[in-house]
Design a binder for this molecule. Structure first.
Ligand SMILES: [Zn+2]
Length: 236
């Protein structure tokens, strides 16, 4: 094999490794993003629960005030009813008393319902706070893990980049340009082995004449189907 081809194969090995590490690096924060999204939704839910509790507590105060006022009015009416002279007046006031009683019974029901809802909301808030706490803890641990992993990957990238520079020096500029051009357009694989007349990258047949030329190993050739640089690889 021509020495330059052997160097290109080494370079491709380095580049594929670099590609893999860079992909790993960009996929790393995905889990953290999921955790942060989960936390945000739990915090929003917690906010809503707190808002609801504030709202119903305000309503409870209003209903209690109304109840007290109406209760005072009821007491006055009940005192007044015994002193009434006519049946018509008596019946009118009796009707009013019944209406006040009915409205206040409804107010009592509403106050009870608010108290029950408050209790269950408080339970829910407690659970939600626990989830938020857990999420924050997980995020912190994940951030630490990512930082360590990124540092490890960056060190690998630095070492491989150094190797790449050293290896590239021994390749002619034209060939290196061609290699880089193909690498960027062929998913990182610019150079492919040909075994039994078949290109290992695109799986297409190499015409017999070209394959014979390839076996003579006199110059660097390209696959007519995928345009990658090719070399013959004999399998026993
Ligand atoms: Zn090919």
């Amino acid at each position: 094999m021509k020495p330059e081809l052997a160097i290109l194969i080494r370079l491709q090995g380095i580049d594929l490794e670099l590609r893999k590490i860079n992909e790993e690096k960009s996929s790393v924060p995905k889990h953290l993003e999921d955790l942060q999204e989960h936390l945000s939704s739990k915090e929003a839910e917690l906010n809503e629960l707190n808002e609801r509790i504030t709202e119903i507590q305000k309503r409870k105060v209003d209903v209690e005030d109304e109840f007290e006022l109406e209760n005072v009015r009821l007491g006055k009416s009940q005192k007044k009813i015994s002193s009434l002279k006519t049946n018509r007046e008596y019946q009118a006031l009796q009707k009013e008393i019944n209406e006040i009683k009915k409205a206040n019974a409804a107010r009592e029901d509403e106050i009870l319902a608010i108290m029950e809802e408050t209790n269950s909301l408080q339970e829910e808030i407690k659970g939600k706070k626990q989830q938020v706490k857990q999420d924050r803890k997980e995020i912190k641990a994940e951030q630490k893990r990512i930082k360590q992993l990124q540092a490890r990957l960056n060190a690998k990238i630095a070492a491989l980049t150094e190797d790449r520079e050293a290896v590239s020096k021994d390749i002619s500029p034209n060939l290196l340009t061609k290699y880089n051009f193909l690498k960027d357009r062929r998913a990182g694989v610019a150079i492919a082995a040909v075994t039994d007349g078949i290109c290992s990258a695109c799986n297409m047949n190499i015409p017999p004449q070209l394959y014979n030329e390839l076996l003579r190993d006199e110059k660097i050739l390209t696959c007519p189907s995928c345009q990658r640089l090719i070399y013959a690889l004999k399998v026993n």
